[in-house]
Design a protein around this ligand. Sequence first.
Ligand code: GAR
Length: 185
Amino acid sequence: MAKLAVLASGNGSNFQALADAIIADGRHSVVLLACDKAEAYALERAKNLGVPTVLVSYKGRPRPEAEAQLHDALTAAGADIVALAGFMRILSANFVHQWAGRLVNVHPSILPAWPGAHAIERAYEAGEPELGVTVHYVDAGMDTGPIIGQVRVPRGQTLDDTEALIHKAEHSLYPRLVLELLNRV
Ligand code: GAR
């Protein structure tokens, strides 16, 4: 049985999809949800699922201090794999190095196209025909690192439709690939 920890900053729909898939699969467990924002709805989802949570605030403290708290919480939880799920912070090279090969991210574009925040909106508004989702190992860049898997998603009629299609694709691709990683631990 392998242990997954998830890092999120907001809504947490990808955290929910990961947790639901792992619970349904039954072989592994979600041991921690770490959030950098007290108001993140992801925290509520974790409480409803009975997943332990930790709030790692970056406010008014240097990044190394926040990352040390994060690292200690992940280590104490015994995390084998750490999945970023809408965690909107750049992790330092030092932190990434400590979790190398065990730290993964989901991003709503066909990377390397459209890294960064609001990727769906920016790509859609620019008329990008190649929309989709990427799951990748994390390095110290923003949405860079070796790609594990991608899925293409057609543009919808509207931005809202397109966002819904991309989120649906994330919620299918990310749990499938994370389960594969957990199976290999
Ligand atoms: C997701 O679309 C995820 O791919 C994106 O943030 C959203 C979080 O939604 N991540 C990035 O843009 C990373 N650069 P969620 O909180 O509902 O999972």
